[in-house]
Design a binder for this molecule. Structure first.
Ligand code: PLP
Length: 444
C-alpha cells in the first residue's frame, strides 16, 4: 500500500513511536488505522471490516460500541470528571466498584486499591510486598517468583516478573530480586514419554528446588496467571495449582493471582481462581474490568496483605504511594457499569454455553495440515502450528494472512491464539473459524 503524504498513516510514521513493534519496519510500512467498532467487529479507515478475534488485547468483554458505557462516562464527566484519592478524599464511583469487587471475589478479600493498567497494578503490588515484609520485620523476605513465559506487564518490577526474553532484552531486566520457575505447559515442556501427572510432579519439584536454592526465608511471593495468556494460551496441567498452593503455604509465600486476562468470565467462571481451585492472597485485575473502554486496574487483597501494610503506614504516618489517576471517577464508573452488563447479560453463563462450540471449532482447525494440536478454556484458545524454517514463523505467516482475510488474532510462538469478546455468538464463532480455515488453506 502506498502511503499518501499527510495522511493519518504518514503522520503516524512521522510523529508516533509505536508499541510492541519493529520501529524500522513501522517507518516503512506504517500501521493499520482503526476507525470504529461495533460488537465483535472493527473497521479500518479503508472501510475494511475485521472480526476482533483477540477482543483488542484480550480485553473488550462486552464488545465494541457499547452505548451504556459511553453514557455512563459522559454523565460522570459532567458531574465530577476527576478527583484523586490522596489525603483522605474519595468519591462514589470508586467506592461502589470496590464494594462490587469485594462481593464478587472468589475468596474472602478485604480491600481494593485502584490503578490504571495491569503493569501498574503488578508494579505497585511488588512494592506492597516489600513494604509488608519490612512491616513484619522480615527485611530479607523480598524475592519474587515468576514463571518462564508468564506475563505480568512491562514496567520495571512487573516486567521483571514477566518471564519472556523479549520483554527483558536490552532493558536491563529482570531485577535481581525476581527469579523464575518452570513454565507448566505440558504441550511445550513435557518430555518424550512423560505423563501429564509426571510432568506436574516435575514442575512442582522445580518450584521446591528453586525455593530451597534461594532460601525460603528470602522469598516473599509467587506471581501467576491462573491460565497464561500472553505467553501463548498455556493451560496448567491437572493438579498443578493444588500443588503450588501447598508448597507456598508451607514456606509462608504469598500467592498473587494475575487475573488481568482471565478475570470476569474469560475461563467460564467470573474468576479463573474458581476454574482452577486457587485461593490467592491477592487478585490483580484489569482489561475486562472496564472492557478497556478506559484504563483501569485493581489490586484486591486479603487481610494477610492489608493489615501489616496498614500498620506500617500508621507507623510512618503515610503510605507513601499514590497515582494521580488512581480510582479515577470516570474509569471506575465505567468499570461498574461494565460489570453490571456482564451480570445482566449473564456473559459468564454465555461463555459456559458457547465454549463447547468454540472448542469444537478449535479442534477442527487443528486437523488442518499446518496444525499440530489445540488447547482452550472458556473463550480463550490456541491452535499450535507445526514449526517451519523461513524468515517468518508459521504463526506470523498465518496471523498475517488471517488479518488479510478479516480476522485479527495473535500469533505467539507457534500458536494462533483466539480470545474473542465474550458476547460472540455461535454463528460468529463459525464465521471466525471459517475465515481462519480459509487463511490456513491459503498459506498451505
Ligand atoms: N498481567 C497480565 C496477565 C496481562 O496479560 C497483561 C497484559 O496483557 C498485564 C498484566 C499488563 O497489563 P497492561 O498492558 O495494562 O500494563
Amino acid at each position: 500500500m502506498t502511503i499518501q503524504p499527510n495522511s493519518v498513516e504518514a503522520r503516524d510514521i512521522a510523529y508516533q513511536m509505536p508499541a510492541a513493534a519493529d520501529m524500522r519496519r513501522h517507518e516503512e510500512t506504517g500501521s493499520v488505522v482503526m476507525e470504529r467498532g461495533d460488537g465483535i467487529y472493527v473497521w479500518d479507515n479503508t472501510g475494511k471490516r475485521y472480526i476482533e478475534g483477540l477482543a483488542g488485547l484480550w480485553s473488550v468483554a462486552v464488545g465494541f460500541g457499547e452505548k451504556r458505557l459511553a453514557e455512563v462516562a459522559r454523565a460522570q464527566m459532567e458531574r465530577l470528571p476527576y478527583y484523586h484519592s490522596f489525603s483522605y478524599k474519595t468519591h462514589g464511583p470508586s467506592v461502589d466498584l470496590a464494594e462490587k469487587l469485594i462481593q464478587l471475589a472468589p475468596v474472602a478479600m478485604s480491600k481494593v486499591h485502584f490503578t490504571s493498567s495491569g503493569s501498574e497494578a503488578n508494579d505497585l503490588m511488588v512494592k506492597m510486598v516489600w513494604y509488608r515484609a519490612n512491616a513484619l520485620g522480615q527485611p530479607l523476605k523480598k524475592k519474587i517468583i515468576g514463571r518462564i513465559k508468564g506475563y505480568h506487564g512491562v514496567t520495571i518490577a512487573a516486567g521483571s516478573i514477566t518471564g519472556l526474553p523479549r520483554n527483558h532484552e536490552s532493558f536491563d531486566l529482570p531485577l535481581d530480586r525476581m527469579v523464575h520457575t518452570s513454565c507448566p505447559s505440558y504441550v511445550h515442556f513435557g518430555q518424550p514419554g512423560e505423563s501429564e501427572a509426571d510432568f506436574t510432579a516435575r514442575m512442582l519439584q522445580d518450584l521446591e528446588d528453586l525455593i530451597a536454592r534461594e532460601g525460603p526465608e528470602t522469598i516473599a511471593a509467587f506471581w501467576g496467571e491462573p491460565a497464561m495468556g500472553a505467553g501463548g494460551v498455556l493451560l496448567p496441567p491437572e493438579g498443578y495449582w493444588q500443588g503450588v498452593q501447598e508448597i507456598l503455604r508451607r514456606h509462608d509465600i504469598l500467592l498473587v493471582a494475575d487475573e488481568v486476562i482471565c478475570g470476569f468470565g474469560r475461563t467460564g467462571h467470573m474468576f479463573a481462581c474458581t476454574t482452577y481451585g486457587i485461593a490467592p492472597d491477592v487478585i490483580v485485575l484489569s482489561k475486562q474490568l472496564s472492557s478497556s473502554y478506559l484504563p483501569l486496574s485493581a489490586i484486591v487483597m486479603n487481610d494477610r496483605v492489608y493489615q501489616p501494610i496498614a500498620d506500617e503506614s500508621h507507623r510512618l504516618g503515610v503510605f507513601g504511594h499514590g497515582f494521580t489517576a488512581s480510582g479515577h471517577p470516570v474509569a471506575t464508573a465505567v468499570g461498574l457499569e461494565n460489570l453490571k452488563i456482564i451480570e445482566e447479560r449473564d456473559l459468564v453463563g454465555h461463555v459456559q454455553r458457547i465454549s463447547p462450540h468454540f472448542m469444537d471449532r478449535l479442534a477442527r482447525l487443528a486437523t488442518h495440515p499446518l496444525a499440530a494440536s489445540w488447547r482452550g478454556v472458556g473463550l480463550m484458545g490456541a491452535v499450535e502450528l507445526t514449526p517451519w524454517e523461513t524468515p517468518f514463523t508459521a504463526a506470523q505467516t498465518v496471523a498475517a494472512r488471517m488479518e488479510q482475510e478479516g480476522v485479527i488474532i495473535r500469533g505467539i510462538g507457534e500458536a494462533i491464539c483466539f480470545c474473542p469478546p465474550l458476547i460472540i455468538t455461535d454463528a460468529q464463532i463459525d464465521e471466525m473459524f471459517d475465515i481462519a480455515t480459509r487463511a490456513f488453506d491459503a498459506v498451505l
